[in-house]
Design a protein around this ligand. Structure first.
Ligand code: SF4
Length: 276
């Protein structure tokens, strides 16, 4: 079943929401707390630069991240918030030249959350079974862009909880409309997927929202209409699988997973260099 309308894809917006470390000042590698256990190089507190971040904001071990199994770094996706904050919101300064960089980090964290929502909304506005909601989605997109373009003092004082709640309700309505097109075997979706093999199965309309799919083997499976919102896809094997009509799948989830050149992805996502 056709889920996405390719003609409705806002290529420019998806481009803006693509992580581009070359235009960032290493914000995620500095502003965030992270731990070795989650696939980062060290246990680090928020606001402290990673040991591998160089003074030019490039990662010293970038080319070695896959070999060193830095799953946290490979799977992280700022949805373009890093370059937005560095290039547009603070074009004349960076956290490294500020006496008190905390404000930049706080703005980054807010813009990151807004861009993440924006990404899902941009996809929702291409989903054919939810065509009747496209106008409401566009209104939410416009509101999101307006908060991100506001002066920093307004970004910092905006209560985004109300906005997030309304956007989440809308995204939920969209996924429910997708689900209506499939009759699901309930048992199939109560399974524990971690580490298990499901070669060649159909997961049409499956709801993987916030599900642990770690190291599951989905070789050759088809995910038409399957919802991946917040699913943990670390080391999930999608070799030869068809994800082209999957819903709410992100580049970060794809980067965390395994796959090959035969894996089919939605139009807005790209194959990681490690998938050969
Ligand atoms: S290892 Fe590189 S990509 Fe990972 S957090 Fe450190 S600087 Fe960033």
């Amino acid at each position: 079943m056709k889920i996405h309308d390719e003609n409705a894809v806002d290529k420019e917006l998806f481009e803006e929401l693509k992580i581009d470390c070359s235009k960032c000042s290493g914000l995620c590698c500095t502003a965030l707390y992270f731990s070795k256990l989650d696939g980062f190089p060290e246990d680090k507190e928020a606001g402290k630069p990673c040991v591998n971040l160089q003074s030019d904001f490039r990662c010293k071990i970038h080319a070695e991240l896959p070999r060193r199994k830095m799953k946290g770094c490979l799977g992280y996706d700022c949805f373009g918030a890093g370059q937005k904050v560095t290039q547009t919101i603070y074009p004349h300064t960076t956290w490294s030249t500020e006496n008190n960089p905390q404000q930049i980090f706080e703005v980054f964290l807010i813009v990151f959350q807004l861009h993440q929502i924006l990404y899902y909304l941009a996809e929702a506005k291409t989903i054919l079974p939810a065509r009747n909601l496209w106008y409401d989605i566009e209104v939410l997109i416009t509101e999101n862009k307006s908060i991100c373009s506001a002066p920093t003092k307004d970004i910092l004082t905006t209560d985004i909880n109300d906005y997030r709640k309304r956007a989440n309700e809308c995204l939920k309505k969209v996924s429910n409309l997708v689900k209506l097109n499939y009759s699901l075997d309930k048992k199939e979706h109560e399974k524990n997927y971690m580490g298990k093999a499901f070669k060649g199965k159909n997961f049409h309309g499956a709801d993987f929202t916030m599900t642990l799919l770690i190291a599951a083997k989905f070789n050759g499976c088809n995910f038409n209409g399957a919802n991946f919102l917040g699913a943990d896809t670390r080391d999930t094997d999608f070799s030869d699988a068809d994800l082209s009509e999957a819903v709410y799948l992100t580049q970060g989830q794809v980067n965390s997973a395994r796959g090959n050149s035969a894996t089919k992805l939605p139009i807005n996502l790209t194959h990681p260099i490690t998938w050969c």
